[in-house]
Write a protein that binds this ligand. Structure first.
Ligand SMILES: CC(C)(COP(=O)(O)OP(=O)(O)OC[C@H]1O[C@@H](n2cnc3c(N)ncnc32)[C@H](O)[C@@H]1OP(=O)(O)O)[C@@H](O)C(=O)NCCC(=O)NCCS
Length: 265
């Protein structure tokens, strides 16, 4: 396994951390590729919604790259997902080589948010968490918001990309993953970052004063939690970009970006 992940993300690959759980997970399908007794590739599929599987963990050993292994493994995963009755595969990647692979295999881009970083800020309260019963009303507000189109109609948090609907909002509210200001005119969906040292706002809607209040409240929340700050994920052209900058969020000219793709099976 080490030979497969050593050069991924400068040695910070998450795979070794989750590998044992993945092998033991009865709710997902793990696949390994072997050549002459040597482990040369891994990948897995996991259900994320009715008919939709998440494809993740694709790795090919550096000694065996550029020989068509990833393409063959992806083809096998798609065939397996189809055989299991899934109608769509979705995934996230930040690797340009993998992006070429997925594009050439017919995947369509759902959304490719870049990261904006806001440092923790002392001084005020986190934003309100809506109740699950607010989901219908929040959805009605969101459907009028141009942010939804900017995000390609999905909420995507690195571990899944799901179509926005009332059921998803209800579930996220129930998990305490939503924040709102101005009665829902600005909304954020949040999770902890992969390294646990930041708050990820992987979706934000609204603009102007409601959004600015929300963005500041997220920085307050990071401070309350003892985290370094907030990673705000937003696609280029998000209607609130001016508000991000006005509330202390910065994005590099060549920012880190996660691309989310989907393939109809
Ligand atoms: C990305 C990765 C899985 C590709 O594995 P691979 O077996 O070398 O890929 P393949 O030989 O099957 O190539 C398939 C396609 O991927 C793209 N690709 C792969 N490596 C590439 C590279 N170094 N530069 C440009 N494109 C590349 C090409 O489109 C290629 O098609 P082509 O050979 O017809 O041009 C492998 O490099 C890897 O494990 N990287 C580290 C982990 C990672 O980033 N995984 C993806 C996370 S979702």
């Amino acid at each position: 396994m080490a030979s497969i992940t050593a050069d991924v993300w400068e040695g910070h690959d998450y795979l070794p951390r989750v590998f044992d759980d993945w092998l033991a997970d009865p709710g997902a399908w793990f696949q390994a590729a072997e050549l002459e007794g040597e482990l040369v590739g891994v990948q897995r599929l996991r259900p994320i919604a009715a008919g939709v599987a998440w494809y993740e963990g694709l790795r090919v050993a550096s000694s065996h790259r550029r020989q068509g292994l990833a393409r063959a493994m992806l083809t096998a995963a798609a065939a397996q997902a189809r055989g299991l009755g899934f109608r769509e595969l979705r995934l996230a990647t930040a690797n340009p080589d993998a992006i070429s692979l997925f594009q050439s295999a017919g995947f369509r881009l759902l959304v490719a948010p870049r990261v904006w970083r806001g440092r923790r800020l002392e001084g005020d309260e986190p934003a309100r968490m809506p109740a699950p019963g607010d989901a219908g009303r929040l959805l009605a507000t969101l459907q009028q918001d141009p942010a939804i189109a900017a995000y390609g109609g999905v909420l995507a948090n690195g571990e899944w990309a799901l179509d926005l609907d009332a059921e998803l909002l209800r579930r996220l509210a129930d998990e305490g993953a939503l924040r709102v200001t101005a009665g829902g005119r600005a909304l954020a969906a949040v999770r902890d970052s992969w390294d646990g040292d930041g708050l990820w706002a992987y979706f934000v809607s609204g603009s102007g004063a409601p959004l600015q209040d929300l963005l500041l409240a997220l920085r307050f929340e990071a401070d309350t939690l003892g985290m370094e700050g907030v990673n705000l994920w937003a696609p280029d052209g998000h209607p609130g970009e001016k508000d991000f900058a006005a509330t202390g969020y910065d994005s590099e000219s060549e920012p880190f970006r996660i691309s989310y793709f989907a393939l109809r099976l």
